[in-house]
Write a protein that binds this ligand. Structure first.
Ligand code: UD1
Ligand code: CA
Length: 465
Protein backbone atom coordinates (compact mmCIF):
# COMPACT_ATOMS: atom_id res chain seq x y z
CA UNK A 1 0.00 0.00 0.00
CA UNK A 2 1.46 3.33 -1.03
CA UNK A 3 1.23 5.79 1.86
CA UNK A 4 3.76 8.33 0.71
CA UNK A 5 2.75 11.86 1.61
CA UNK A 6 2.81 12.68 -2.08
CA UNK A 7 0.09 10.39 -3.25
CA UNK A 8 -3.29 12.12 -3.02
CA UNK A 9 -5.24 11.96 -6.28
CA UNK A 10 -8.28 14.27 -6.33
CA UNK A 11 -11.32 12.90 -8.15
CA UNK A 12 -14.17 15.34 -8.77
CA UNK A 13 -17.64 14.03 -9.58
CA UNK A 14 -19.42 16.12 -12.18
CA UNK A 15 -21.33 13.72 -14.37
CA UNK A 16 -24.74 14.03 -12.73
CA UNK A 17 -27.68 15.37 -14.68
CA UNK A 18 -28.32 18.21 -12.26
CA UNK A 19 -32.02 17.96 -13.12
CA UNK A 20 -33.07 20.15 -10.21
CA UNK A 21 -31.30 23.12 -11.81
CA UNK A 22 -33.78 22.90 -14.71
CA UNK A 23 -31.06 24.07 -17.04
CA UNK A 24 -29.59 23.12 -20.40
CA UNK A 25 -26.17 23.96 -18.94
CA UNK A 26 -24.30 21.44 -16.77
CA UNK A 27 -24.87 22.28 -13.11
CA UNK A 28 -21.18 22.69 -12.26
CA UNK A 29 -20.79 25.37 -14.94
CA UNK A 30 -23.32 27.61 -13.22
CA UNK A 31 -21.42 30.51 -11.72
CA UNK A 32 -20.80 31.73 -8.20
CA UNK A 33 -19.43 35.27 -8.03
CA UNK A 34 -18.37 35.10 -11.65
CA UNK A 35 -16.63 31.73 -11.73
CA UNK A 36 -18.11 28.31 -12.52
CA UNK A 37 -18.90 26.23 -9.45
CA UNK A 38 -16.42 23.58 -10.56
CA UNK A 39 -13.51 26.02 -10.60
CA UNK A 40 -13.77 26.42 -6.81
CA UNK A 41 -13.73 22.67 -6.32
CA UNK A 42 -10.65 22.42 -8.55
CA UNK A 43 -8.96 25.17 -6.50
CA UNK A 44 -9.47 23.10 -3.36
CA UNK A 45 -8.39 19.90 -5.13
CA UNK A 46 -5.19 21.53 -6.34
CA UNK A 47 -4.44 22.93 -2.91
CA UNK A 48 -4.47 19.61 -1.09
CA UNK A 49 -3.91 17.08 -3.88
CA UNK A 50 -0.58 16.05 -5.31
CA UNK A 51 -1.72 15.10 -8.77
CA UNK A 52 -3.71 16.74 -11.51
CA UNK A 53 -7.41 16.42 -10.63
CA UNK A 54 -9.43 13.82 -12.47
CA UNK A 55 -12.95 15.03 -13.26
CA UNK A 56 -15.74 12.57 -14.03
CA UNK A 57 -18.14 13.81 -16.71
CA UNK A 58 -20.93 12.33 -18.80
CA UNK A 59 -22.12 13.04 -22.34
CA UNK A 60 -24.60 15.43 -20.73
CA UNK A 61 -21.84 17.45 -19.02
CA UNK A 62 -19.21 17.20 -21.76
CA UNK A 63 -18.97 21.01 -21.98
CA UNK A 64 -16.84 20.96 -18.82
CA UNK A 65 -14.01 19.17 -20.63
CA UNK A 66 -13.54 22.23 -22.82
CA UNK A 67 -13.87 24.81 -20.08
CA UNK A 68 -11.38 23.07 -17.80
CA UNK A 69 -9.09 21.40 -20.36
CA UNK A 70 -6.05 23.15 -18.93
CA UNK A 71 -6.71 22.26 -15.29
CA UNK A 72 -7.81 18.64 -15.15
CA UNK A 73 -7.91 15.23 -16.75
CA UNK A 74 -11.29 13.73 -17.53
CA UNK A 75 -12.94 10.36 -17.19
CA UNK A 76 -16.17 9.61 -19.01
CA UNK A 77 -19.06 8.04 -17.14
CA UNK A 78 -21.29 6.81 -19.96
CA UNK A 79 -24.53 7.16 -18.01
CA UNK A 80 -25.05 8.77 -14.61
CA UNK A 81 -25.80 5.58 -12.71
CA UNK A 82 -24.74 7.01 -9.37
CA UNK A 83 -21.75 8.32 -7.47
CA UNK A 84 -20.12 4.89 -7.00
CA UNK A 85 -20.33 4.26 -10.73
CA UNK A 86 -18.76 7.69 -11.30
CA UNK A 87 -15.79 6.79 -9.07
CA UNK A 88 -15.48 3.50 -10.92
CA UNK A 89 -15.15 5.42 -14.18
CA UNK A 90 -12.42 7.56 -12.59
CA UNK A 91 -10.49 4.56 -11.30
CA UNK A 92 -10.38 3.09 -14.80
CA UNK A 93 -8.20 6.06 -15.77
CA UNK A 94 -6.45 6.80 -12.47
CA UNK A 95 -2.75 6.07 -12.14
CA UNK A 96 -2.37 2.59 -10.67
CA UNK A 97 -0.09 3.88 -7.91
CA UNK A 98 -2.55 6.46 -6.55
CA UNK A 99 -2.35 5.53 -2.89
CA UNK A 100 -4.98 7.91 -1.58
CA UNK A 101 -8.04 9.14 -3.38
CA UNK A 102 -9.82 12.32 -2.41
CA UNK A 103 -13.35 12.35 -3.79
CA UNK A 104 -15.05 15.72 -4.11
CA UNK A 105 -18.45 16.63 -5.48
CA UNK A 106 -18.49 19.19 -8.24
CA UNK A 107 -21.59 20.67 -6.63
CA UNK A 108 -20.02 21.39 -3.19
CA UNK A 109 -17.99 24.42 -4.26
CA UNK A 110 -17.23 26.19 -0.99
CA UNK A 111 -15.45 23.22 0.56
CA UNK A 112 -12.59 24.38 2.79
CA UNK A 113 -9.16 23.00 1.80
CA UNK A 114 -8.06 23.05 5.47
CA UNK A 115 -10.86 20.62 6.29
CA UNK A 116 -9.78 18.39 3.42
CA UNK A 117 -6.19 18.43 4.65
CA UNK A 118 -7.44 17.42 8.09
CA UNK A 119 -9.48 14.60 6.58
CA UNK A 120 -6.47 13.33 4.62
CA UNK A 121 -4.28 13.37 7.76
CA UNK A 122 -6.95 11.64 9.83
CA UNK A 123 -7.40 8.80 7.37
CA UNK A 124 -3.66 8.35 7.06
CA UNK A 125 -3.09 8.38 10.82
CA UNK A 126 -5.70 5.67 11.35
CA UNK A 127 -4.97 3.64 8.23
CA UNK A 128 -8.68 3.83 7.51
CA UNK A 129 -10.31 2.47 4.37
CA UNK A 130 -12.43 5.59 4.18
CA UNK A 131 -12.73 9.01 5.78
CA UNK A 132 -15.85 11.14 5.52
CA UNK A 133 -17.34 14.35 6.87
CA UNK A 134 -20.60 14.56 8.82
CA UNK A 135 -22.31 17.93 9.06
CA UNK A 136 -24.79 18.73 11.83
CA UNK A 137 -27.41 20.86 10.19
CA UNK A 138 -30.83 22.32 10.83
CA UNK A 139 -31.84 21.46 7.30
CA UNK A 140 -30.94 17.87 6.36
CA UNK A 141 -33.73 17.68 3.77
CA UNK A 142 -32.75 15.73 0.67
CA UNK A 143 -29.31 14.68 1.89
CA UNK A 144 -27.72 11.40 2.98
CA UNK A 145 -27.95 10.82 6.75
CA UNK A 146 -25.01 9.45 8.74
CA UNK A 147 -26.23 6.51 10.81
CA UNK A 148 -23.98 5.89 13.83
CA UNK A 149 -23.69 3.23 16.49
CA UNK A 150 -25.67 3.91 19.69
CA UNK A 151 -22.65 5.39 21.44
CA UNK A 152 -22.26 7.74 18.44
CA UNK A 153 -18.71 6.60 17.83
CA UNK A 154 -18.92 4.46 14.74
CA UNK A 155 -20.35 5.22 11.35
CA UNK A 156 -22.56 2.25 10.50
CA UNK A 157 -23.89 3.39 7.15
CA UNK A 158 -25.13 6.36 5.21
CA UNK A 159 -28.72 6.33 4.12
CA UNK A 160 -30.07 8.50 1.32
CA UNK A 161 -33.24 10.49 1.87
CA UNK A 162 -35.16 8.36 -0.63
CA UNK A 163 -34.22 5.15 1.16
CA UNK A 164 -34.50 6.35 4.77
CA UNK A 165 -36.98 5.22 7.40
CA UNK A 166 -38.93 7.92 9.31
CA UNK A 167 -36.53 7.46 12.25
CA UNK A 168 -33.49 7.89 10.03
CA UNK A 169 -34.99 11.05 8.55
CA UNK A 170 -34.84 12.53 12.06
CA UNK A 171 -31.01 12.33 12.04
CA UNK A 172 -29.50 15.80 11.86
CA UNK A 173 -26.03 14.69 10.71
CA UNK A 174 -25.67 14.63 6.95
CA UNK A 175 -22.97 13.25 4.68
CA UNK A 176 -21.03 16.12 3.11
CA UNK A 177 -20.19 14.12 0.00
CA UNK A 178 -16.40 14.52 0.36
CA UNK A 179 -14.26 11.50 1.16
CA UNK A 180 -10.71 10.22 1.32
CA UNK A 181 -10.15 6.57 0.47
CA UNK A 182 -7.32 4.14 0.76
CA UNK A 183 -6.64 3.84 -2.99
CA UNK A 184 -5.89 0.12 -3.30
CA UNK A 185 -8.81 -0.76 -1.03
CA UNK A 186 -11.17 1.38 -3.08
CA UNK A 187 -9.98 -0.25 -6.31
CA UNK A 188 -10.60 -3.67 -4.82
CA UNK A 189 -14.10 -2.91 -3.58
CA UNK A 190 -15.74 -0.34 -5.88
CA UNK A 191 -17.07 -3.10 -8.13
CA UNK A 192 -18.92 -4.70 -5.23
CA UNK A 193 -21.30 -1.79 -4.63
CA UNK A 194 -24.85 -2.94 -5.35
CA UNK A 195 -27.53 -0.73 -6.87
CA UNK A 196 -30.07 0.71 -4.45
CA UNK A 197 -33.30 -1.25 -4.74
CA UNK A 198 -35.21 2.02 -4.37
CA UNK A 199 -33.53 4.23 -6.97
CA UNK A 200 -31.45 1.77 -8.98
CA UNK A 201 -28.39 4.02 -8.42
CA UNK A 202 -24.96 2.92 -7.26
CA UNK A 203 -24.25 4.97 -4.16
CA UNK A 204 -20.69 5.81 -3.20
CA UNK A 205 -21.56 5.96 0.52
CA UNK A 206 -22.43 2.23 0.28
CA UNK A 207 -18.67 1.69 0.67
CA UNK A 208 -19.12 2.32 4.40
CA UNK A 209 -20.80 -1.04 4.71
CA UNK A 210 -18.12 -2.77 2.61
CA UNK A 211 -15.35 -1.29 4.78
CA UNK A 212 -17.11 -2.64 7.88
CA UNK A 213 -17.38 -6.06 6.26
CA UNK A 214 -13.63 -5.90 5.69
CA UNK A 215 -13.14 -4.80 9.33
CA UNK A 216 -11.30 -1.74 8.12
CA UNK A 217 -11.65 1.48 10.12
CA UNK A 218 -13.92 4.25 8.88
CA UNK A 219 -13.08 7.67 10.26
CA UNK A 220 -15.14 10.82 10.23
CA UNK A 221 -14.90 14.48 11.01
CA UNK A 222 -18.03 15.96 12.55
CA UNK A 223 -18.59 19.64 11.90
CA UNK A 224 -21.33 22.20 12.42
CA UNK A 225 -23.04 23.60 9.35
CA UNK A 226 -21.36 26.87 8.34
CA UNK A 227 -22.49 26.69 4.72
CA UNK A 228 -19.10 25.66 3.31
CA UNK A 229 -20.24 22.08 2.72
CA UNK A 230 -23.59 22.96 1.25
CA UNK A 231 -24.33 21.00 -1.90
CA UNK A 232 -25.95 22.96 -4.69
CA UNK A 233 -28.80 21.11 -6.34
CA UNK A 234 -31.15 23.91 -7.36
CA UNK A 235 -31.01 27.62 -8.07
CA UNK A 236 -32.22 28.65 -4.64
CA UNK A 237 -29.22 26.84 -3.14
CA UNK A 238 -27.01 28.45 -5.78
CA UNK A 239 -28.17 31.89 -4.66
CA UNK A 240 -27.58 31.00 -1.00
CA UNK A 241 -24.04 29.84 -1.70
CA UNK A 242 -23.39 32.95 -3.76
CA UNK A 243 -24.54 35.12 -0.88
CA UNK A 244 -22.18 33.33 1.52
CA UNK A 245 -19.29 33.65 -0.89
CA UNK A 246 -20.05 37.28 -1.68
CA UNK A 247 -20.03 38.16 2.01
CA UNK A 248 -16.71 36.36 2.48
CA UNK A 249 -15.19 38.19 -0.53
CA UNK A 250 -16.46 41.56 0.69
CA UNK A 251 -15.21 40.97 4.20
CA UNK A 252 -11.73 40.06 2.94
CA UNK A 253 -11.61 43.29 0.88
CA UNK A 254 -12.80 45.38 3.82
CA UNK A 255 -10.12 43.83 6.04
CA UNK A 256 -7.59 44.76 3.36
CA UNK A 257 -8.62 48.43 3.41
CA UNK A 258 -11.57 48.78 1.05
CA UNK A 259 -14.57 50.85 2.16
CA UNK A 260 -17.96 49.45 1.25
CA UNK A 261 -20.84 51.73 2.10
CA UNK A 262 -23.23 48.75 2.07
CA UNK A 263 -21.49 45.38 1.65
CA UNK A 264 -24.83 43.63 1.33
CA UNK A 265 -25.39 45.53 -1.92
CA UNK A 266 -21.89 45.27 -3.36
CA UNK A 267 -21.13 42.59 -5.94
CA UNK A 268 -17.46 41.79 -6.44
CA UNK A 269 -16.40 38.73 -8.41
CA UNK A 270 -13.91 36.37 -6.80
CA UNK A 271 -11.31 37.30 -9.44
CA UNK A 272 -11.41 41.10 -8.92
CA UNK A 273 -8.46 42.95 -7.31
CA UNK A 274 -8.99 46.06 -5.20
CA UNK A 275 -6.24 48.27 -3.75
CA UNK A 276 -6.49 49.89 -0.35
CA UNK A 277 -8.59 53.02 0.10
CA UNK A 278 -10.88 52.06 -2.73
CA UNK A 279 -14.46 53.05 -1.91
CA UNK A 280 -17.40 51.15 -3.32
CA UNK A 281 -20.82 52.74 -3.10
CA UNK A 282 -23.99 50.62 -3.10
CA UNK A 283 -25.06 48.66 -6.17
CA UNK A 284 -21.62 48.50 -7.65
CA UNK A 285 -20.92 45.38 -9.73
CA UNK A 286 -17.28 44.49 -10.42
CA UNK A 287 -16.71 41.51 -12.68
CA UNK A 288 -14.02 39.30 -14.16
CA UNK A 289 -10.44 40.52 -14.28
CA UNK A 290 -11.27 44.03 -13.08
CA UNK A 291 -8.62 45.81 -10.99
CA UNK A 292 -9.15 49.09 -9.16
CA UNK A 293 -6.26 51.30 -7.98
CA UNK A 294 -5.68 52.97 -4.66
CA UNK A 295 -7.95 55.80 -3.59
CA UNK A 296 -10.46 55.32 -6.40
CA UNK A 297 -14.15 55.74 -5.66
CA UNK A 298 -16.70 53.73 -7.61
CA UNK A 299 -20.02 55.50 -7.38
CA UNK A 300 -23.45 53.95 -6.99
CA UNK A 301 -24.78 51.92 -9.85
CA UNK A 302 -21.52 51.38 -11.74
CA UNK A 303 -20.81 48.12 -13.50
CA UNK A 304 -17.18 47.40 -14.38
CA UNK A 305 -16.20 44.32 -16.37
CA UNK A 306 -12.64 43.13 -17.16
CA UNK A 307 -11.33 46.68 -16.81
CA UNK A 308 -8.29 48.14 -15.10
CA UNK A 309 -8.92 51.45 -13.34
CA UNK A 310 -6.00 53.50 -11.96
CA UNK A 311 -5.56 55.44 -8.75
CA UNK A 312 -7.68 58.28 -7.44
CA UNK A 313 -10.32 58.01 -10.12
CA UNK A 314 -14.00 58.68 -9.65
CA UNK A 315 -16.36 56.49 -11.63
CA UNK A 316 -19.99 57.33 -11.18
CA UNK A 317 -23.05 55.38 -12.39
CA UNK A 318 -21.25 54.18 -15.50
CA UNK A 319 -20.56 50.98 -17.41
CA UNK A 320 -16.94 50.09 -18.25
CA UNK A 321 -16.13 47.00 -20.32
CA UNK A 322 -12.75 45.48 -21.23
CA UNK A 323 -10.93 48.81 -21.10
CA UNK A 324 -8.14 50.65 -19.32
CA UNK A 325 -8.40 53.83 -17.30
CA UNK A 326 -5.30 55.68 -16.06
CA UNK A 327 -4.98 57.62 -12.80
CA UNK A 328 -7.14 60.57 -11.72
CA UNK A 329 -9.77 60.07 -14.38
CA UNK A 330 -13.40 61.06 -13.83
CA UNK A 331 -16.12 59.14 -15.59
CA UNK A 332 -19.87 59.58 -15.40
CA UNK A 333 -22.57 59.86 -14.54
CA UNK A 334 -23.94 57.63 -17.29
CA UNK A 335 -20.86 57.09 -19.42
CA UNK A 336 -20.11 53.90 -21.29
CA UNK A 337 -16.67 52.57 -22.14
CA UNK A 338 -17.06 49.79 -24.65
CA UNK A 339 -14.30 47.22 -25.20
CA UNK A 340 -10.73 48.24 -26.07
CA UNK A 341 -10.98 51.79 -24.86
CA UNK A 342 -8.07 53.43 -23.11
CA UNK A 343 -8.50 56.62 -21.13
CA UNK A 344 -5.43 58.72 -20.32
CA UNK A 345 -4.59 60.35 -17.04
CA UNK A 346 -6.84 63.12 -15.74
CA UNK A 347 -9.31 62.77 -18.60
CA UNK A 348 -12.94 63.63 -17.88
CA UNK A 349 -15.94 61.89 -19.39
CA UNK A 350 -19.41 62.99 -18.46
CA UNK A 351 -23.08 62.63 -19.16
CA UNK A 352 -23.82 60.04 -21.84
CA UNK A 353 -20.28 59.90 -23.21
CA UNK A 354 -19.71 56.70 -25.17
CA UNK A 355 -16.25 55.51 -26.17
CA UNK A 356 -15.43 52.40 -28.20
CA UNK A 357 -12.03 51.01 -29.20
CA UNK A 358 -10.44 54.42 -28.82
CA UNK A 359 -7.52 56.03 -27.06
CA UNK A 360 -8.15 59.29 -25.25
CA UNK A 361 -4.80 60.83 -24.36
CA UNK A 362 -4.32 62.52 -20.97
CA UNK A 363 -6.49 65.51 -20.21
CA UNK A 364 -9.14 64.89 -22.87
CA UNK A 365 -12.58 66.20 -21.90
CA UNK A 366 -15.73 64.65 -23.29
CA UNK A 367 -18.54 65.93 -21.17
CA UNK A 368 -21.86 65.70 -22.96
CA UNK A 369 -23.67 63.03 -25.03
CA UNK A 370 -21.12 62.12 -27.63
CA UNK A 371 -19.74 59.04 -29.37
CA UNK A 372 -16.08 58.39 -30.00
CA UNK A 373 -15.35 55.12 -31.81
CA UNK A 374 -12.20 53.74 -33.51
CA UNK A 375 -10.43 57.01 -32.77
CA UNK A 376 -7.39 58.52 -31.13
CA UNK A 377 -7.85 61.89 -29.41
CA UNK A 378 -4.66 63.79 -28.56
CA UNK A 379 -3.80 65.37 -25.23
CA UNK A 380 -6.17 67.99 -23.82
CA UNK A 381 -8.55 67.81 -26.73
CA UNK A 382 -12.04 69.03 -25.92
CA UNK A 383 -14.99 67.12 -27.31
CA UNK A 384 -18.02 69.37 -27.69
CA UNK A 385 -21.53 68.29 -26.78
CA UNK A 386 -23.05 65.92 -29.31
CA UNK A 387 -19.83 65.20 -31.21
CA UNK A 388 -19.92 61.95 -33.17
CA UNK A 389 -17.27 59.96 -34.96
CA UNK A 390 -19.14 58.67 -38.00
CA UNK A 391 -16.95 55.58 -38.10
CA UNK A 392 -19.22 53.23 -40.01
CA UNK A 393 -20.16 53.76 -43.63
CA UNK A 394 -22.64 50.91 -43.62
CA UNK A 395 -20.03 48.42 -44.80
CA UNK A 396 -16.75 49.09 -43.05
CA UNK A 397 -15.41 50.79 -39.93
CA UNK A 398 -12.97 53.69 -40.38
CA UNK A 399 -10.54 55.47 -38.09
CA UNK A 400 -10.48 59.01 -36.81
CA UNK A 401 -7.34 60.73 -35.59
CA UNK A 402 -7.57 63.97 -33.67
CA UNK A 403 -4.43 65.83 -32.57
CA UNK A 404 -3.51 67.61 -29.35
CA UNK A 405 -5.45 70.53 -27.89
CA UNK A 406 -8.11 70.29 -30.59
CA UNK A 407 -11.38 72.06 -29.93
CA UNK A 408 -14.34 70.15 -31.39
CA UNK A 409 -17.37 72.41 -31.49
CA UNK A 410 -20.77 71.15 -30.40
CA UNK A 411 -22.41 68.71 -32.74
CA UNK A 412 -19.32 68.10 -34.87
CA UNK A 413 -19.62 65.06 -37.14
CA UNK A 414 -16.23 63.54 -37.89
CA UNK A 415 -16.79 61.46 -41.03
CA UNK A 416 -14.09 58.80 -40.93
CA UNK A 417 -11.52 58.17 -42.20
CA UNK A 418 -10.41 61.65 -41.21
CA UNK A 419 -7.54 63.38 -39.40
CA UNK A 420 -7.48 66.65 -37.52
CA UNK A 421 -4.10 68.24 -36.76
CA UNK A 422 -2.86 69.64 -33.45
CA UNK A 423 -4.53 72.86 -32.27
CA UNK A 424 -7.18 72.67 -34.97
CA UNK A 425 -10.84 73.43 -34.26
CA UNK A 426 -14.25 72.84 -35.68
CA UNK A 427 -17.33 75.02 -35.65
CA UNK A 428 -20.62 74.01 -34.12
CA UNK A 429 -22.58 71.70 -36.37
CA UNK A 430 -19.77 71.14 -38.85
CA UNK A 431 -19.59 67.92 -40.82
CA UNK A 432 -15.89 67.20 -41.28
CA UNK A 433 -15.31 65.02 -44.33
CA UNK A 434 -11.71 65.99 -45.13
CA UNK A 435 -8.52 66.25 -43.09
CA UNK A 436 -7.89 69.46 -41.16
CA UNK A 437 -4.24 70.56 -40.93
CA UNK A 438 -2.59 71.76 -37.70
CA UNK A 439 -3.99 74.99 -36.34
CA UNK A 440 -6.78 75.27 -38.92
CA UNK A 441 -10.51 75.79 -38.45
CA UNK A 442 -13.19 73.68 -40.16
CA UNK A 443 -16.72 75.04 -40.45
CA UNK A 444 -19.92 74.23 -42.32
CA UNK A 445 -21.61 71.33 -44.02
CA UNK A 446 -19.54 69.86 -45.48
CA UNK A 447 -16.82 71.65 -43.56
CA UNK A 448 -14.48 74.02 -45.34
CA UNK A 449 -11.06 74.53 -43.90
CA UNK A 450 -9.71 78.00 -43.28
CA UNK A 451 -7.37 79.83 -41.01
CA UNK A 452 -8.81 80.93 -37.74
CA UNK A 453 -9.18 84.72 -37.58
CA UNK A 454 -6.25 85.00 -35.18
CA UNK A 455 -3.91 82.41 -33.89
CA UNK A 456 -5.20 81.23 -30.52
CA UNK A 457 -8.62 82.68 -31.32
CA UNK A 458 -10.56 82.94 -28.10
CA UNK A 459 -13.96 83.15 -29.76
CA UNK A 460 -14.74 79.70 -31.07
CA UNK A 461 -17.95 79.53 -33.04
CA UNK A 462 -19.20 77.24 -30.37
CA UNK A 463 -19.91 78.88 -27.04
CA UNK A 464 -22.21 76.27 -25.60
CA UNK A 465 -19.59 74.31 -23.66
C1 UD1 B 1 -24.84 13.08 -2.47
C2 UD1 B 1 -24.66 11.92 -1.50
C3 UD1 B 1 -25.35 12.27 -0.18
C4 UD1 B 1 -24.78 13.56 0.35
C5 UD1 B 1 -24.84 14.68 -0.69
C6 UD1 B 1 -24.07 15.88 -0.18
C7 UD1 B 1 -24.66 9.88 -2.84
C8 UD1 B 1 -25.46 8.72 -3.31
N1 UD1 B 1 -25.28 10.75 -2.05
O1 UD1 B 1 -26.21 13.24 -2.72
O2 UD1 B 1 -25.15 11.21 0.76
O3 UD1 B 1 -25.49 13.94 1.52
O4 UD1 B 1 -24.26 14.26 -1.92
O5 UD1 B 1 -24.17 16.98 -1.05
O6 UD1 B 1 -23.51 9.98 -3.17
N2 UD1 B 1 -22.54 12.44 -9.94
C9 UD1 B 1 -21.83 11.80 -10.94
N3 UD1 B 1 -22.36 10.69 -11.51
C10 UD1 B 1 -23.54 10.18 -11.11
C11 UD1 B 1 -24.26 10.83 -10.08
C12 UD1 B 1 -23.73 11.95 -9.51
O7 UD1 B 1 -20.76 12.25 -11.32
O8 UD1 B 1 -23.95 9.16 -11.68
C13 UD1 B 1 -21.95 13.66 -9.35
C14 UD1 B 1 -22.87 14.86 -9.49
O9 UD1 B 1 -22.59 15.54 -10.68
C15 UD1 B 1 -22.55 15.67 -8.26
C16 UD1 B 1 -22.11 14.63 -7.24
O10 UD1 B 1 -21.80 13.47 -7.97
O11 UD1 B 1 -21.48 16.56 -8.49
C17 UD1 B 1 -23.21 14.35 -6.25
O12 UD1 B 1 -24.36 13.87 -6.93
P1 UD1 B 1 -25.83 14.34 -6.55
O13 UD1 B 1 -26.77 13.65 -7.46
O14 UD1 B 1 -25.89 15.80 -6.44
O15 UD1 B 1 -25.95 13.65 -5.12
P2 UD1 B 1 -26.85 14.14 -3.91
O16 UD1 B 1 -28.24 13.66 -4.12
O17 UD1 B 1 -26.64 15.55 -3.64
CA1 CA C 1 -25.66 17.22 -4.69
Amino acid sequence: MSESPESVLPVVLAAGLGTRMKSSKPKVLHELCGRPMLSYVLDAAEEVGHRRPLVVYSPHTAAITEVFADRADFALQEAPLGTADAVKAALALAPADAGEILVLSGDVPLVDPDLLAELIDLRRARGAAMALVGVHTLDPEGLGRVVRSDDGGQVLRIVEQKDATPDELEIDEINAGVYVFDGPWLRGRIGDVQASPVSGEFYLPALVVLAREDRRPIVSLEVEDDGTLAGINDRAQLAEAELDLRMAINEAHMMAGVTMIDPSQTYVDASVELASDVTLEPNVILRGSTRIGEGTRIGAGSQIIDTVVGRNCFIWASVLECSEVEDEVQIGPFSHLRPKSSIGRSAKLGNFAEVKASRLEPGVQQHHFSYIGDAVLGEKTNVGAGTVTCNYDGVRKHKTKVGKRVFLGSDTMLVAPVELGDDSRTGAGSVVTRDVPDGMLAVGVPARVRKPRQPGDESPLDKTQ
